[in-house]
Design a protein around this ligand. Sequence first.
Ligand code: SAM
Length: 230
Amino acid sequence: MSEENRPQQRAIRSFVLRQGRLTRAQAHALEHHWQDYGIDYSPKLLNFSDLFDNNNDVFIEIGFGNGESLIAQAEQYPQQNFIGIEVHGPGVGHLIHLAVKAGLDNIRVIRHDAVEVLQAMIADDSVAQFQLFFPDPWHKKRHHKRRIMKPAFIELIRQKLRPGGTFHMATDWQPYAEEMLDQMDSSEGFSNTAGKGHYSPDRGQRFETKFERRGKRLGHGVWDLIYRKK
Ligand SMILES: C[S@@+](CC[C@H](N)C(=O)[O-])C[C@H]1O[C@@H](n2cnc3c(N)ncnc32)[C@H](O)[C@@H]1O
């Protein structure tokens, strides 16, 4: 039976889990500070004001990698709350290690598939900004089905953003940037802050990420896209 005709057993995920080794600092952070920064996945809506003990805006980053740039942002913007979602254990450990070092109290982390987290734990119309920085480009054509940017995902983001909230994406892979631009420009319910057909002229609040640095070393460009929920 061809792959297309096979009954779909489970949703295609945007990642393949390769956990890799934890450094000693990452393991220590996970063991001793998960209770301070970690949120266990459970299909129950989060209450942001209880979680952060304030009513500040909540920014959610999907696939933060090693967490470096998200930590820099949380340090720079103490009046905003941040939730990072990542499946890669060493990255989660690294983010917690950095959060402890910086003494941050405006950041939390969830180690689970972001699509399921959004569906089950995030209330509609509640998020000030979603961030999707350098999602896996899945270069090969036969892997494109794994790309996270799909109509159902875009609709999920729209649902969870509050009216006027923003969706900030970035990529170093031009064909993926073009696809994102097309998808987002034709999505009902969003407006392009740079004007239809245009990439963002700046990177907003985004700090340079590890994956971005790697792309630059390889001579790649960087494209940012920022859309506002109508
Ligand atoms: C190419 S890396 C980029 C990491 C980081 N944003 C950066 O720029 O350095 C993409 C990351 O997204 C994570 N990821 C992919 N799909 C995910 C999902 N559905 N939920 C949570 N994390 C995901 C991967 O584990 C990986 O760490």
